[in-house]
Each structure stands twice: as structure tokens, then as C-alpha cells.
Design a protein around this ligand. Structure first.
Ligand code: BGC
Length: 443
């Protein structure tokens, strides 16, 4: 396999997110986000760790963007911390926050690296959360103000935009299971948040389209390739269909004008309470691209005891299959299936893999990290992507998750996904063998 097989215009990149790398959580006028407060609560995060400092990208961005340059990665996806721009979520703008992202963007461009902005990667301003956050319909206005501000300040140099990062994950983990910020639980929070997030997903697109002269607009979705635990078992098959509606269809279908997948997941009936008369139309927006974030395959079995979905995910370790330290099965075909499945929707334009990567236990020996497993993971997934491309799929790009080891949400600093190793005590960076492999592949 060769980079050339993908064509000269294929977009190769690397992805990051503000809260996971920036640190400087209360520096230069930044307001708190729900992750700043959630991580300070006892026993929410592995080892009670937090992203106060993380990779200190806020201060070390020059060094880190030079690493991207050194690795010959032409596209850099990062997110903007909403509360760095609007400390209170709306109203007064923090000029130092704008200055910071200006410096990041300018350095990228100077080095020939395309900046790709994700507008929301999970770090809602805490003051908006206190007014209900995603469960309050007002958020459509708050989010609109924030998006317009970003386009106004950065849009002269940035044309690649993603509205949201994995809405299913942040609503599910943050508003239903309570394991991510803001730690809310229960169906009512989840349903309310879902509808407002889906509305913002489309509204964000419309705002960029109206303010920018030549934008390339997308949004990202987590995609899990699902299979019934027992292929022949009818209950497992039906359970898989319900989980699919929840994990893979809930946010993309309203965006495509298909409404919510109510038929296959009756619990979604509750969404109606939050729908205003014209919402069905407002949920739709014609994205230039869809970002898919693919890591694994999940096997689903029927379970009477799990509320709403009556289904369980059977973890990889229980199935004794090769898995990462997230307990995610290594299953390269998942990326192929993801593309094949999503392109079946008739109005999808470009598809970009905006995240794919793996966490393994790395060790440093004489300043070297020989992370063969990660290299192998990336190589095999890229190969499967090529298979889909050769069959005619309209895949335009691939971004590795992630540039450097960082704060992996509820799992803290333990899972290392980076192409670059980070010593969190000394902040020393070492390019791993997988990073060198990616560089060689790209050149
Ligand atoms: C998220 C990242 C996360 C990665 C690995 C994705 O769900 O967008 O923020 O670090 O997966 O868990």
C-alpha cells in the first residue's frame, strides 16, 4: 500500500481536541468549562486526574505544530474551547482567547499545514451549563453567537469547519450515563439534550454558510460497526437494530432530513415533547462532508434488564479477541463497513475519517517508543479504507487520533493514543515509531 494509491488530493491529517491538550484552564481570561468542574468532583475520573495542564498546548503550541510539520502531516484538526472565547458562554469576548487561536492558525499556515476547526468538542462553558446547558433550548442562540464569532475571527484564514464532535457520545455519556461532564443521568436529560444538539448541528452549518465566502463544512459522528452476538439469534438481531438506531443513526438522519429513527427505537418518542412546529426542517442541513470516527466493532446481545434498548455490548475482553487498552476490539474491517454503510444514504457528499487510532501500553526505552501494535493498527485500517476507495467510495481524507498522548476523558492519562509520546511530569515529547511510520507513509 502506498500513499499514491489514494490520489494526490487525498487529505491526510491528525486530530486533537482543546480540553484534551490545551491545559491553561484558567489562564488569560478563560472561563471554566463543564470539564473543568466535572474533573474536580471525586471519583469521576481515573486517578482523579484532570486536564488543568494536560499537554500544555496553550504554551507549547509552537513546538507541537512544529512536530506536525516534522511528521509531514498536511492537515491539523483541533477544537476551539468555547469558554476561552466567551468566558461566560455568551456576551463579552475574551480577546486573549482569540489571539491564541489566531497564533495557532497563523503558524499552521506559515508551515503549510491546513487548519481544521471543530467548533464543539465537549467543553461547554460552565456558566451555560448552570442555565441548563444542552437541555435548554436557548442554547441554539448561545451556540449561534459562538459560531458566528469564530467564523468572523478565523474565517478569513480557515475554510475547513466541523460543527460538533460525536454528538452521540457527549449526550449519551454526559446526559444519560453521567460518566462524562456534566455528569447528568436519565432519559429526560438525554432526550432534551439530544434535540437541542441536533438543532445546533444544523444551525451551525447554516451560520457558517451565511458568513463565509468558501467554506467546506462538515460535522463528525462516532460510528460503531455492530453485529449481533449470536448471528442466528433473532433477539440479538433486533437488539442490534435498536442499538444501531441509537449509536449510529440518531444524529445523522435528522441532519439528512430523515427525522429521528423513531420506528426502530420507541424510546425516542419522547423527543416529540421538545419539537417545535418547524423543527423537522430546521434539523436538516446539507453538509459538504461527513466526518466518521471509527475505532472498533461492537457485538450486541439482547438483555431484558437494560432499560430502553434491552441490549448489551459484549466487551472485547469477554470475547477473548485482540483489543486495545480501552477494551475495544481491533477490527480493521470496521472502517470499511462504516464507509459502505454511510454512503448508502442518498444525500451524502464527501466522507472523511476524522478520527481513527488506538491506545496501547507504550514503553520508553532510550528515548524510543517502539509501538508496533499502533503502527500495525493504523496500517491495517488505512488498507481497509483503500479497499473501500478502490471500490468507488467517495472518501476524501483520513485523520489519525491523535497527535500526542493526552487527557482521555474519564480514563485520565492512562490510555495513550498519540503518535507522539508525552511524559506528563516533564512535558517531554518523543515521536513514537508509529509517528515515524506515518511520516514515512506520507512522504
Ligand atoms: C473522541 C476523542 C477521544 C477518542 C478516543 C473520540 O470519541 O472524539 O476525544 O479521545 O475518541 O476515545
Amino acid at each position: 500500500m502506498n500513499k499514491k494509491d489514494f490520489g494526490d488530493d487525498f487529505l491526510w491529517g491528525v486530530s486533537t481536541a482543546a480540553y484534551q491538550i490545551e491545559g491553561a484552564f484558567n489562564i488569560d481570561g478563560k472561563g471554566l468549562s463543564i470539564w473543568d468542574t466535572f474533573t474536580k468532583k471525586k471519583n469521576k475520573i481515573f486517578n482523579n486526574e484532570n486536564g488543568d495542564i494536560a499537554c500544555d498546548f496553550y504554551h507549547k503550541f509552537t513546538q507541537d505544530i512544529y512536530l506536525i510539520y516534522q511528521l509531514k502531516i498536511p492537515n491539523f484538526r483541533f477544537s476551539i474551547s468555547w469558554s476561552r472565547i466567551f468566558p461566560e458562554g455568551v456576551g463579552t469576548i475574551n480577546q486573549k482567547g482569540i489571539d491564541f487561536y489566531n497564533k495557532v492558525i497563523d503558524l499552521c499556515l506559515e508551515l503549510g499545514i491546513q487548519p481544521w476547526i471543530t467548533l464543539y468538542h465537549w467543553d461547554l462553558p460552565q456558566s451555560l451549563h448552570e442555565k441548563g446547558g444542552w437541555t435548554n433550548r436557548e442554547i441554539i442562540n448561545w451556540f449561534s453567537e459562538y459560531v458566528a464569532c469564530c467564523v468572523k475571527h478565523f474565517g478569513d484564514r480557515v475554510s475547513k469547519w466541523m460543527i460538533l464532535n460525536e454528538p452521540m457520545v457527549f449526550t449519551g455519556a454526559g446526559y444519560f450515563l453521567g460518566v462524562h461532564a456534566p455528569g447528568l443521568k436519565g432519559i429526560d436529560h438525554f432526550i432534551a439534550a439530544t434535540h437541542h444538539v441536533a438543532m445546533c448541528q444544523a444551525e451551525g452549518g447554516r451560520i457558517i454558510r451565511s458568513l463565509h465566502s468558501n467554506p467546506y463544512i462538515g460535522t463528525t459522528f462516532s460510528y460503531s460497526h455492530l453485529e449481533p452476538y449470536s448471528a442466528e439469534n433473532e433477539n440479538d438481531q433486533k437488539a442490534t437494530k435498536r442499538v444501531d438506531a441509537l449509536l449510529n443513526r440518531l444524529f445523522i438522519e435528522p441532519l439528512l432530513g430523515l427525522g429521528y429513527p423513531l420506528k426502530d427505537l420507541p424510546m425516542l418518542d419522547k423527543l416529540e415533547k421538545f419539537m417545535h412546529p418547524n423543527d423537522l426542517n430546521q434539523l436538516a442541513f446539507d453538509m459538504d462532508f461527513v466526518g466518521l470516527q471509527v475505532y472498533t466493532r461492537e457485538l450486541v446481545n439482547y438483555s431484558l434488564f437494560v432499560p430502553f434498548v434491552q441490549a448489551n455490548i459484549v466487551k472485547a475482553s469477554r470475547r477473548f479477541v485482540h483489543h486495545t487498552i480501552m477494551d475495544w476490539e481491533v477490527f480493521p474491517d470496521s472502517i470499511y463497513h462504516a464507509v459502505k454503510r454511510i454512503e448508502k444514504y442518498s444525500n451524502i457528499k464527501d466522507i472523511i475519517i476524522t478520527e481513527n487510532g488506538a491506545a496501547f501500553d507504550d514503553s520508553v526505552n532510550n528515548d524510543r517508543v517502539a509501538d508496533l501494535l499502533r503502527k500495525d493498527y493504523l496500517q491495517k485500517h488505512i488498507k481497509k479504507l483503500l479497499k473501500a476507495k478502490k471500490e468507488g467510495s467517495n472518501i476524501k481524507g483520513y485523520f489519525v487520533w491523535t497527535l500526542m498522548d493526552n487527557f482521555e476523558w474519564a480514563e485520565g492519562f492512562k490510555p495513550r493514543f498519540g503518535l507522539v509520546h508525552l511524559d506528563f511530569k516533564t512535558q517531554k515529547r518523543i515521536i513514537k515509531d508509529s509517528g515515524i511510520w506515518y511520516r514515512d507513509f506520507l512522504t
